[in-house]
Design a protein around this ligand. Structure first.
Ligand SMILES: [Zn+2]
Ligand SMILES: [Zn+2]
Length: 307
């Protein structure tokens, strides 16, 4: 069995309420099952209910052993961690991997700071679980039991990793929080800081990184891609915020021949009605153009990648 379930798909901030019932209001958390192994991606607010399920269904079978992959440490991707009940259970083994940071603080310190009396009544030292931290770069990890994880740097205001999980000949890729790489140097010759060589190099570097990302996503059976904005919103005012447009995500899925695309990291201001309308619009747009199936991420939805 190789499956992926969404426990949180909202970007930036949890958004409970009557307008977010269908697609969900919890922030990023994915449950990946590779037969008996559990891999959790991100610990946004959605992880609380995943923790309840793990307590109900996995704990009775024996001590818990969980791998957690952290895309990055922005608030919406870690805020649920203190309410992930398995961390309080003695005997739980939790391996947390996430990107190294340019800042001085280690991954352990970042997670530990969530569990300080200033924010929470329980400290990291008081947890029942044994937690190991590993800071990673672009690499391939062997998690054992035939599970391989490849990572890729994405374009986001802090170091952020995409994850590609391969198991039993199938592949699942995450590419959020991410926006297309672009030239960071002025390209207009009338700009006083214009430098022709820098502009050329900037263009080449952006193209190179975007091509690397396409190779990373190539042929995924399931691709969960950032899609917080419409192309119009992105171009009007959101460039540099670290998120993609629906159009860009769809383009990536087409170019890489992804079998199924899940549009993820919904804008906190987007209601169910708006997301439904956008989903129908973009599904219509790709009809007849390629075999890619696309849909908006929905809390509670599971995809089976292999039996
Ligand atoms: Zn985010
Ligand atoms: Zn972020």
């Amino acid at each position: 069995m190789f499956s992926v379930r969404v426990w949180g798909d909202r970007g930036s901030m949890p958004t409970p309420g009557p307008d977010t019932v269908l697609f969900g209001g919890n922030t990023a958390c994915l449950e990946v099952r590779c037969d008996d192994r559990l891999v959790v991606i991100d610990s946004g607010s959605g992880i609380r209910k995943l923790g309840d399920k793990v307590m109900r269904e996995d704990l009775p079978k024996g001590p818990l052993s969980i791998d957690m992959l952290v895309t990055h440490t922005h608030w919406d991707h870690i805020l649920g961690f203190p309410m992930f009940t398995p961390i309080f259970v003695p005997g739980t083994k939790l391996r947390i991997r996430g990107p190294i940071s340019y800042e001085d603080d280690s991954l352990e310190k970042v997670f530990g700071s969530l569990l300080s009396y200033r924010y929470w009544p329980v400290r990291q030292e008081e947890l029942g679980a044994k937690i190991e931290y590993q800071q990673i770069k672009e690499t391939t990890l062997d998690l054992g039991d035939g599970i391989f994880v490849t990572t890729k740097y994405l374009n986001h205001p802090i170091l952020c990793l995409g994850y590609r999980i391969e198991y039993k000949g199938k592949s699942f890729v995450t590419a959020y929080d991410n926006e297309p790489f672009y030239n960071l140097f002025p390209t207009d010759p009338s700009d006083p800081s214009y430098d022709a060589e820098a502009a050329r190099e900037g263009e080449a570097a952006a193209r190179d990184e975007n091509e690397k990302l396409l190779r990373f996503c190539q042929g995924a059976d399931l691709l969960i891609h950032d899609a917080q904005y419409t192309a119009k919103e992105y171009q009007a005012s959101k460039r540099g915020w670290g998120h993609s447009s629906y159009e860009y995500a769809i383009n990536v899925a087409h170019k890489t021949r992804a079998k199924r695309l899940i549009l993820f990291h919904h804008d906190p201001n987007r209601s169910d009605a708006e997301l439904q309308e956008l989903e129908l619009f973009y599904q219509g747009k790709v009809e007849g153009r390629s075999a890619v199936d696309l849909e908006m991420a929905r809390e509670g939805k599971t995809w089976q990648l292999g039996g």
